[in-house]
Write a protein that binds this ligand. Structure first.
Ligand code: HEC
Ligand code: HEC
Ligand code: HEC
Ligand code: HEC
Length: 263
């Protein structure tokens, strides 16, 4: 008896499901009331890739043959972003006021000199490719300049460059007590005599690309060198062994002292 009731019940469920399925697909894709009355909806336009403002949903079966939405012509090709032409040999006169303004902007984004700057803008896309699109060669957007990466390509930008705090926490003071004091930002290098090339007053670590800061189309205003075309900067500008933490090999504790054989 129980078995028969179960069989009848299951058959009923299957029959209702089957009827429901065919009634469902017979009705097509549901469209909100009034959709077709709106001048913004134009199925013809949608399908020919025109710019109808309301996009009608299509069924899964139709997706392959449909030109999707107004963004269909958008391309993910960061390389086509506009780059400004830059005259390498134009005369450059670095200005002290601009240098001061640049230094202030720079230090406002860095915990200490040489620290990775925080990201001063919203980021929606945290992939390296997105960051790289604007920061590989730098670019000018309105009156803002996206600075060039001063270091080689390192994956996962946000591992070191912290994004801004989200809006509700922007005014929260998250500073912690610490006795750490970073090096002050350099102002200028030492010179052997007036007109001599100044020494590099900062470490070269993470600053391999000198022109990221000192010139090129997207360097920092006021910090440009007057001679961006010279390729080997350290040929004239001496780096600092102590800032670069270059240690003489005989002071590395694990290694036996070098034997220098004189003649
Ligand atoms: C659409 C272009 C664009 C994209 C994409 C972009 N940025 Fe930026 N970025 C800028 C601009 C423009 C500035 C300068 C903002 C200013 O001066 O207020 C900037 C500034 C910065 C700075 C401060 C630089 C400095 O020297 O003070 C950092 C760090 C930074 N961005 C990191 C990132 C990271 C990491 C990503 C990827 C998650 C990213 N950016 C994606 C345009 C972009
Ligand atoms: C391992 C940590 C690390 C990673 C990963 C990293 N950066 Fe940096 N970045 C730094 C540090 C440190 C500096 C500061 C160098 C200095 O001022 O001495 C810096 C500086 C910069 C600057 C500013 C140059 C200037 O004008 O002062 C930009 C722009 C930048 N990075 C972008 C990026 C982008 C884009 C990525 C991902 C492709 C990335 N960084 C990955 C550590 C990192
Ligand atoms: C992340 C940005 C950045 C990078 C990259 C960078 N510098 Fe600097 N440099 C500075 C700042 C900031 C100063 C101090 C302000 C100034 O003098 O322009 C400075 C100062 C100097 C000075 C002294 C200028 C003077 O007027 O006395 C020299 C020389 C110099 N840098 C050479 C180099 C060389 C060579 C490289 C590449 C190995 C390099 N810098 C890479 C930021 C940078
Ligand atoms: C042939 C030697 C030589 C080379 C190579 C060289 N410089 Fe210089 N640089 C000098 C001299 C000399 C001065 C001092 C100019 C003065 O005081 O009038 C100087 C000054 C500077 C200054 C201070 C601002 C200015 O222009 O007076 C910066 C910054 C600088 N150089 C950066 C660089 C960078 C970055 C490179 C690599 C692209 C580089 N230099 C390559 C000789 C050189």
């Amino acid at each position: 008896m129980n078995k028969r009731i179960t069989t009848v019940f299951l058959s009923l469920v299957i029959a209702i499901a089957a009827v429901g399925y065919f009634v469902g697909i017979g009705d097509g894709v549901p469209v909100p009331d009034g959709f077709h009355d709106s001048p913004l909806a134009d199925r013809e336009l949608n399908q020919t890739g025109g710019d109808a403002k309301l996009i009608e949903a299509v069924s899964y079966a139709e997706i392959a043959g449909t030109q999707m939405g107004p963004t269909q012509s958008w391309q993910m090709v960061p390389k086509t972003l506009p780059t400004r032409s830059y005259d390498l040999f134009a005369e450059i006169k670095p200005s002290e006021e601009e240098k001061l303004a640049s230094s202030q902007t720079r230090s406002s984004r860095r915990a200490y000199n040489g620290a990775p700057p925080v990201i001063p803008h919203a980021i929606e896309n945290t992939t390296d490719a997105a960051c790289y699109a604007c920061h590989s060669n730098g670019m000018k957007m309105g009156n803002l300049k996206a600075s060039v990466m001063s270091h080689q390509f390192l994956a996962n930008c946000t591992q070191c460059h912290a994004p801004m705090a989200p809006a509700p926490f922007r005014d929260v003071d998250a500073s912690v007590n610490t006795t750490f004091v970073g090096l002050p930002a350099p102002k200028a290098g030492k010179r052997a005599y007036p007109g001599a090339p100044p020494t590099i007053p900062h470490s070269q670590w993470m600053r391999e690309n000198c022109l990221a800061c000192h010139g090129g189309g997207n360097g920092w205003a006021g910090m440009e060198s007057t001679h961006p075309w010279r390729t080997n900067c350290t040929q004239c500008h001496a780096p600092s062994a102590s800032l670069d933490q270059a240690v003489a090999s005989d002071t590395i504790p694990m290694l036996p002292p070098l034997e220098v054989v004189g003649e």
